[in-house]
Design a binder for this molecule. Sequence first.
Ligand code: HEC
Length: 125
Amino acid sequence: MRRGGSLAANKRGPELNKSTWAWAAVLLGSIAITPAFAADPGQALYEAHCSVCHGESGKGAPGTADFAGKGGPLSFPDAVIFERIAQGYRSAGSPMPMPAMGGKDGLTDQQIKEVIGYLRNKFGA
Ligand code: HEC
């Protein structure tokens, strides 16, 4: 009886090892991924304040600017983009304006610069 019991325990050994390795892989994976998110504050800002309209892909809802398009909003110099993010913007005939994201209750100048850096890195131009 005792012998049988210990055999059964031995049989479970390799299975336990397998799942231990699986957990180790999951843990290592999340450790490797976490710093990538923390490394770019602009990305966190974009996801929190911009992607609801502009989308993860930068193409966004109809009526919003396509960041990825050639000759699009990112072809303007930083100062112009900064102004449009901070104070809002409406192009001729546009059905929907870009809301002002700066100001007293909005993003700080530094945060807007970080978001512009993220836009340029992520969507080119
Ligand atoms: C409520 C929806 C909404 C949110 C939130 C929003 N935008 Fe926009 N954004 C728009 C729309 C709509 C346009 C197009 C306006 C137009 O062309 O009249 C636009 C245009 C722009 C443009 C292009 C201006 C140009 O030169 O054509 C930039 C750059 C931009 N948004 C950046 C951002 C950033 C960065 C954030 C986050 C900090 C953000 N937007 C948040 C709706 C939004």
